[in-house]
Design a protein around this ligand. Structure first.
Ligand code: AMP
Length: 560
C-alpha cells in the first residue's frame, strides 16, 4: 500500500487526513491499515511512539464503525491521561466528516460524574486509561459487551506502570469474540504474557528494529565541565535561535534549576515534573503544545504522554541510565518527516555510558564543539536574514508613510545597525562572556572533577582561573580545597531574602560554631545550592530540617 486511497478507506476519512497533510502512510500505517481492514485476526504491532500509530489503528477502526449503531464498538486503552486526550483529539480530527460517530475519553483526575453522564450517550468509541475504566466497571457505569475490537496502546508502558490487574479486569468485560490489537515499543515478558492470555493467534508486525532510532534524527554530544553545563546549554540554545525543544533532566531539582536558569537568561522556558499539581502540569503542557513556551525542561516520567510534533531539538541535560529511555526521549524530535537533533551534554567521565547507548541503539553520536561566540552570532544573524528573505516579515500590508532620507548612510552601515538593534542584548552578553573551551586531550579531562571542587563556580560561566571566591576565604589554611564537599539544596532563595551572609549565619548556627568550610553558594529565586565539607552532612541535614528561617520551615536535601 503506497497511498491511503489504495487501502479503500472511506472518503470522509481521506478528506480529513488530506486536510492534516498526510500524503504517504508511515511504515506502521502501511502494514496495519490493510491488515485491520481486511483480516479477521488479532495483531501485535511493535512500534515506537511518533511512528504514526494512532492513525495506524484509528483510521481502519473508524472505517469499520457502524455510525447508525449506538452501541460502544471499539475500546482503546492507553497508559496516561495525556495520551488518552491526545488519541481522542486525533480520532476526533480523523472523524470530523463523520458527525454521527461519537467518541469519549475516560481518564482519571477529572470529574467522574461528568464522564458517567457522557457514557450514557453511548459513544461508539471509548478511549480510556486502565484505572478510571476499572472504576467505571465497578460502578457498572460502562457496557463493554458489544465491543468488536480492543486496542492496547503502549502495552509495555501500561504494564510497567502496574496496570496488569486492571487490564485483565477490563478484558474480561469484553466479549470473547472480538479483535485485539496490541501496540508496544517493546515485547517484554509481561507483554508476552498478556498476548498469550488474551490474544488469539496474533499476526506480528514490527517497524524496523525495536530500538531503531529514526533516521532523520542527528545525534550529537558535547563534553563540558560540570560547572559549565548550564552555560554550555545556553550557548547551544543561542546557536539554534528558532529551536523548539525539550530538555530532559533526571531529578525535579535539576529540572527546576535548569528552567529557572533559562528563564533568567530571558528564554521562554518552564519546568514539568512530578511535584507540580495535575492542573499546573496541564497548563505547562498546553502552553508548550501551543508553542507559547519555547523550551520545556522535564523529567522522563512527567513528559510521558506529552505529544508534540515539530520539536527541533531534544537535549539530554543528563544522560539516562537506560538506552531505551534514550530512544524514547530522542524519538520526540524528527517526527512527521521533519529533521531533528538530539544533543547529549556529558561530563568527560560519561563517555563510556555514551558508548553503551551508541552500541545498544545502533547509532552514531557525533561530537559537537561548544558553540563559540562567533558561531552563535553568525547563527543569530543568519536567522534574521532568513526571516528577511521569507514572506513572514511582510505578510501584513504595512507600508512606510514616508521613505526616510538614507543618503547619509551606506547599505552596509544600515544593515550593521539594523542587526545590532536586533541583537544588542546577545552581542553585549557575549562581549562579557568569552567562548568556553573544552579540550578532551588536555588536562581539562583529568582535572575536571578536582577543578570543580577547588575553583570557584561562577554561575555566569565566566572563567575565574582558579581565583577563590569569598566563600573560600573562610578556609583555615588558605590553600585550595581538596577535601570532599557535599552540595545541598535548600528551599530558600532570594524571594525569602536569603543572602550569602544569612546563609553563612545559618550554617554556623547549625554546625554549632565548628567553622565548617563552605564551598560554592548559588542563591536562586526560590531556592539555593551550597557546598559544605562532607563530614558535616548528617549534622546539617538533621539540624537544618528542624530549623526555620524567618518563619519558614527549612527543607534541606542533598543536591544531585
Ligand atoms: P503518532 O505516532 O500517532 O503519535 O503520530 C506522530 C505524528 O505524526 C502525529 O502528529 C501525526 O499527526 C503525524 N503523522 C501520522 N501519520 C502521518 C502521515 N502519514 N503523514 C504525516 N504525518 C503523520
Amino acid at each position: 500500500m503506497n497511498l491511503f486511497t489504495e487501502a479503500g478507506l472511506r472518503e470522509e476519512l481521506l478528506t480529513a487526513i488530506t486536510k492534516l497533510g498526510y500524503e504517504t502512510p508511515t511504515e506502521i500505517q502501511k502494514e496495519s491499515i490493510p491488515f485491520i481492514l481486511n483480516e479477521d485476526r488479532d495483531l501485535i504491532a511493535l512500534a515506537q511512539t511518533g511512528t504514526g500509530k494512532t492513525a495506524a489503528f484509528g483510521l481502519p477502526i473508524l472505517h469499520q464503525i457502524d455510525e447508525n449503531d449506538r452501541r460502544t464498538q471499539a475500546l482503546i486503552l492507553c497508559p496516561t491521561r495525556e495520551l488518552c486526550l491526545q488519541i481522542t483529539r486525533d480520532i476526533q480530527t480523523f472523524a470530523e466528516n463523520l458527525p454521527q460517530i461519537n467518541t469519549l475519553a475516560v481518564y482519571g483526575g477529572s470529574s467522574i460524574t461528568e464522564q458517567i453522564r457522557a457514557l450514557k450517550k453511548h459513544p461508539q468509541i471509548i478511549i480510556g486509561t486502565p484505572g478510571r475504566l476499572n472504576d467505571m466497571i465497578r460502578r457498572k457505569a460502562i457496557n463493554l459487551s458489544q465491543i468488536n475490537c480492543v486496542v492496547l496502546d503502549e502495552a509495555d508502558e501500561m504494564l510497567s506502570m502496574g496496570f496488569k490487574d486492571e487490564l485483565e479486569t477490563i478484558l474480561l468485560e469484553t466479549p470473547e469474540i472480538k479483535r485485539t490489537y496490541l501496540f508496544s515499543a517493546t515485547m517484554s515478558k509481561q507483554v508476552e504474557k498478556i498476548a498469550k492470555g488474551y490474544m488469539n493467534n496474533p499476526h506480528k508486525i514490527s517497524v524496523g528494529s525495536i530500538n531503531a532510532v529514526k533516521k532523520n534524527i542527528s545525534h550529537l554530544y558535547c563534553v563540558t565541565r560540570h560547572r559549565q553545563k548550564l552555560q554550555v546549554l545556553h550557548r547551544i540554545l543561542d546557536a539554534n535561535p528558532n529551536n523548539y525543544s525539550i530538555i530532559f533532566c533526571r531529578t525535579r531539582i535539576e529540572t527546576q534549576q535548569v528552567a529557572e536558569f533559562l528563564m533568567i537568561q530571558g528564554y521562554s522556558a518552564d519546568a514539568l515534573h512530578g511535584d507540580l499539581s495535575q492542573a499546573q502540569r496541564d497548563t505547562v503542557m498546553k502552553k508548550f503544545r501551543l508553542q507559547n513556551l519555547q523550551i520545556l525542561v522535564a523529567t522522563d516520567v512527567a513528559a510521558r504522554g506529552l505529544d508534540v510534533n515539530s520539536l527541533t531539538h531534544v537535549i539530554h541535560f543528563s544522560l539516562p541510565d537506560d538506552p531505551e529511555v534514550f530512544v524514547h526521549r530522542s524519538g520526540r524530535t524528527g517526527r512527521a518527516g521533519k529533521n531533528g537533533q538530539s544533543i547529549c551534554l556529558i561530563k568527560a567521565d560519561e563517555t563510556r555510558k555514551l558508548k553503551r547507548i551508541e552500541k545498544e541503539c545502533s547509532i552514531k553520536i557525533a561530537p559537537l564543539e561548544i558553540p563559540t561566540n562567533d558561531v552563535i552570532l553568525t547563527a543569530q544573524i543568519d536567522s534574521i536574514i532568513d526571516k528577511l528573505a521569507s514572506d513572514e516579515v511582510m505578510s501584513s500590508d504595512f507600508t512606510l508613510p514616508e521613505l526616510p532620507d538614507l543618503s547619509e548612510i551606506t547599505k552596509e552601515e544600515l544593515f550593521e545597525k539594523f542587526i545590532y538593534l536586533h541583537l544588542k542584548d546577545t552581542v553585549e552578553y557575549y562581549k562579557n562572556h568569552p567562548s568556553i573551551e573544552y579540550n578532551s586531550n588536555s588536562s581539562d579531562y583529568n582535572s575536571d572533577r578536582g577543578e570543580e571542587r577547588s575553583r570557584g563556580r561562577d554561575r555566569d560561566g565566566s572563567r575565574n582561573n582558579g581565583r577563590r571566591r569569598e566563600t573560600r576565604a573562610r578556609r583555615k589554611d588558605g590553600k585550595p580545597s581538596n577535601e570532599s564537599f557535599t552540595r545541598f539544596f535548600i528551599n530558600l532563595g532570594k524571594k525569602d531574602s536569603l543572602s550569602k551572609g544569612k546563609l553563612f549565619d545559618l550554617i554556623n548556627k547549625n554546625t554549632k560554631g565548628k567553622k565548617a568550610d563552605v564551598g560554592d553558594i548559588d542563591i536562586l529565586e526560590k531556592f539555593s545550592f551550597f557546598e559544605v565539607e562532607s563530614k558535616y552532612k548528617s549534622q546539617l541535614l538533621d539540624s537544618f530540617n528542624k530549623d526555620a528561617f524567618q518563619g519558614k520551615k527549612i527543607n534541606l536535601e542533598i543536591a544531585n
